[in-house]
Write a protein that binds this ligand. Structure first.
Ligand SMILES: [Zn+2]
Ligand SMILES: [Zn+2]
Ligand SMILES: [Zn+2]
Length: 299
């Protein structure tokens, strides 16, 4: 908390991330410990009480702790919380290898999401298990952390409000959630998108993969206009939230009914003509290929 509230230089942010990651791991494991001590071993099948009392074992990491809390203790974690914990782990690893890879704004926003989760987790899972004396002894620390989280949230709200009145004004039909800081401040530009909250710029290819909502992980479609494989299907934040096809390279937009699958290769292509249900629609490539074949067969 103190590192985040200081003048948030790179050094302070580094310690904030390292401490926060350690805190998350300890708190998740302490809930596992309440279930059974063997669950904090990296391999519970090889756990022995001797090793446990001598603290002579490798313990599980954050990801495994979350899995076990879900599968064995029956806890419910939202997708958003799991993603926030994973991001924090990545930030920590990146820090150890090449220093801070995100802006101070991004780290602060991400840390805020994890702190918010940890406080809810403490309230729901750990604090009720403490006796009155224990609870009393951490009261002061808890209120300091809570007010610190309020400060971070206030920073995020204030910055977002300022951006909405300036850089993001009139862009609601071209805004996406940023995968780095989590804020709806990622504005599309030619060949990609730029986040006004944390300053990250993402490539068209990376964005097409992230926002390929109908088939996650599947390569994105080729764009009928610029031919780059960066056509994705999703909804911008425009209130209506209607899905559309959007090319992250050339910024072409198509309504869903404007594109149909080519009868030859299956790619998406602008649909022309009346739909009587019989006509096969062909893309430019397939039409040319068939014309060439017909020409060749005449000779
Ligand atoms: Zn961002
Ligand atoms: Zn395009
Ligand atoms: Zn085709």
């Amino acid at each position: 908390m103190e590192h985040l509230n200081a003048d948030t230089g790179p050094r302070e942010l580094k310690y904030a991330v390292l401490h926060l990651q350690a805190a998350a791991e300890v708190l998740l494991k302490s809930r596992l410990l309440r279930e059974h001590w063997s669950l904090v071993f990296s391999d519970p099948a090889r756990a022995t009480s001797e090793k446990f009392s001598a603290s002579d074992f490798n313990s599980c990491g954050t990801d495994a702790a979350v899995e076990r809390l879900k599968n064995i203790c029956g806890l419910d974690f939202s997708k958003k919380d799991v993603a926030a914990l994973k991001d924090l782990g990545k930030d920590r690893n990146a820090l150890q290898h090449y220093g801070l890879t995100h802006s101070a704004e991004a780290v602060e926003s991400r840390a805020g999401a994890v702190l918010d989760f940890l406080l809810r987790f403490l309230d729901a899972e750990l604090l009720p298990l403490l006796d009155a004396q224990e609870r009393d002894s951490i009261k002061e620390d808890m209120s300091r952390v809570r007010s610190g989280l309020n400060t971070i949230e206030a920073f995020v709200v204030e910055r977002m409000n300022r951006l909405r009145g300036n850089e993001l004004k009139g862009t609601t039909d071209s805004l996406l959630p940023c995968s780095v800081c989590g804020q709806w401040a990622l504005a599309v530009i030619q060949n990609g998108a730029h986040c006004h909250f944390c300053g990250v710029t993402e490539s068209a290819e990376a964005l097409a993969l992230v926002f390929q909502e109908f088939e996650p992980g599947h390569p994105a479609n080729e764009c009928p206009r610029c031919c780059n494989p960066t056509l994705a299907c999703f909804a911008f934040m425009d209130g209506a939230g209607e899905e559309l096809y959007y090319c992250f390279t050339c910024q072409a937009r198509y309504k869903l009914e404007e594109l149909a699958n080519c009868g030859g290769c299956g790619c998406l292509w602008p649909y022309e003509g009346a739909d009587d249900g019989t006509a096969q629609m062909l893309c430019g490539d397939c039409r040319r290929r068939i014309e060439d074949e017909e020409l060749a067969s005449r000779w």
